[in-house]
Design a protein around this ligand. Sequence first.
Ligand SMILES: [Zn+2]
Length: 80
Amino acid sequence: MDADVQADDETDDGRTVTATRAVKCPQCGATVAWSPASRWRPFCSERCKTLDLGAWASEAYRIPVVERDDGDDTELDKPE
Ligand SMILES: [Zn+2]
């Protein structure tokens, strides 16, 4: 039972890809389009990625938020 994974914004490569590449999912062998839309690449899905990382997926998958002890760092993007 996986909780919803927080979607992190992945920046694009910055390159304009003209040809769509395709890779095979290392887990199940499904064809995966190598594009920003395939967020789990080279895996076909979150499930396959999780399975592949099974060693740490079960417990370490939930990484606690690390508290930063820097109290005086300058944050440019700090919402008030
Ligand atoms: Zn797969």
